[in-house]
Ligand binder design. Structure first.
Ligand SMILES: [Zn+2]
Length: 76
């Protein structure tokens, strides 16, 4: 995971370890000092520190609309 990537609510990430429900995908719900996420398998919410998040996240599954909008404006 590129830890310099900016996170946005709505980003969906693939984690290294599956949740007990079997899902690997989490949607980012809150971005701050901590990262709030909801499991897409069982809808359980968790809060991770940035450090734990960057350790456990493997890659983006889908980016939030805000993320691609920012990328586009950077390319101009
Ligand atoms: Zn789950």
């Amino acid at each position: 995971m590129n830890i310099t990537e900016k996170l946005y609510p709505g980003d969906v990430v693939l984690m290294r370890k599956p949740h007990p429900c079997g899902s690997l995908e989490w949607e980012v719900t809150r971005v701050g000092a901590d990262v709030g996420m909801v499991c897409l398998g069982c809808k359980r919410r968790v809060l991770l520190t940035r450090r734990d998040f960057t350790r456990q996240a493997r890659r983006f599954v889908r980016r939030a609309p805000e993320a691609s909008a920012t990328e586009n404006s950077n390319n101009i």
